[in-house]
Design a protein around this ligand. Structure first.
Ligand SMILES: Nc1ncnc2c1ncn2[C@@H]1O[C@H](COP(=O)(O)OP(=O)(O)O)[C@@H](O)[C@H]1O
Ligand SMILES: [Mg+2]
Length: 281
């Protein structure tokens, strides 16, 4: 199905009625984005620009008021297990062990017990939690809990994975380790990932393309091609010139300033300004 985009978001609008006020609030307006099969796309935008609202629509937790969302060419209406979602909080069941948390989706899908156990073991290994199978969430660090959440989503083999600031609550060092782990899992599984963040570094470090959102009402302001080499580790690209050029470009877009990039793309500019390659525009 190479010709059909994996995810197609067409002119999506989401309108909330303000409580007690006879006035509509557009959280999203004319949001369009197309994601190819196996692609890793990040969406970056300021707090309150509508990122979580968009993900709710994409996973079918709420319905768009305008436009439509297609996955594999089929319109999204309501939640389904072919779309995994990983949220900012880990949303683990505190009374279930690591293994039982990971098996949860498989139980709902009525996967037989033996296969459940095998699949859970595979994903426990993939996210590096061997030896912690029988631990409970309260016995794990934030990073480990997030890995359980990732394993749980991957275990029921979703076609696409939607992630809403999944590493926002972990410390900086763990966050980078988790980013690299996610990249490694993505390389091994070939899943299509749409990942929302307000961190520019995270958005650029992970993605094939970064969709930069405008302030509320959220829409795609510009899509930045990242083009950093694959396989990639955020820890290895973080200090490179290319990485800094691209993050600067995204930063500029988020500033809502007149595009300095138009200036820096002129030939013969000063060093530091002239280095912005056309490839990322
Ligand atoms: N159910 C809702 N009812 C009314 N307003 C909402 C609702 N959900 C979100 N909003 C508003 O929509 C805007 C976007 O919210 P959100 O999608 O959570 O932003 P982000 O995830 O980018 O920080 C915010 O102004 C928020 O207050
Ligand atoms: Mg949010």
């Amino acid at each position: 199905m190479a010709d059909i985009p994996k995810i197609e978001i067409r002119n999506v609008g989401r309108i909330f009625r303000k409580r007690g006020v006879n006035e509509d609030f557009h959280a999203l307006s004319d949001f369009s984005l197309t994601v190819r099969e196996g692609e890793f796309v990040t969406i970056v935008g300021p707090s309150g620009c509508g990122k979580s609202t968009l993900l709710d629509v994409l996973v079918g937790l709420s319905e768009a008021n305008e436009g439509e969302v297609l996955i594999d060419g089929r319109p999204v209406h309501g939640p389904a297990l072919d779309r995994g979602i990983i949220l900012q909080g880990y949303a683990l069941f505190p009374w279930r062990s690591v293994r039982k948390n990971i098996e949860f989706g498989l139980e709902i899908k009525r996967v037989p017990k033996k296969e459940r156990a095998e699949r859970a073991s595979r994903f426990i290994k993939l996210v590096g939690l061997e030896g912690f199978e029988n631990h409970y969430p309260f016995e794990l660090s934030g990073g480990m809990q997030q890995r359980v959440a990732i394993a749980r989503s991957l275990a029921f083999d979703p076609e696409v994975l939607f992630m809403d600031e999944p590493f926002a609550a972990v410390d900086a060092q763990t966050r980078e380790a988790m980013q690299d782990e996610l990249l490694s899992i993505w390389e091994k599984t070939g899943k299509t990932i749409l990942f929302v963040t307000h961190s520019i570094e995270e958005a650029v470090g992970l993605a094939d393309r970064v969709a930069v959102m405008s302030k509320s009402p959220g829409r795609v302001k510009e899509i930045v091609e990242v083009g950093l080499p694959r396989p990639r580790r955020v820890s290895q690209v973080r200090d490179t010139t290319d990485f800094n050029v691209i993050t600067h470009r995204v930063w500029e877009l988020l500033q809502d300033k007149p595009p300095e990039s138009l200036k820096v793309r002129q030939p013969g500019m000063d060093i530091g300004e002239a280095i912005l390659p056309d490839a990322i525009i």
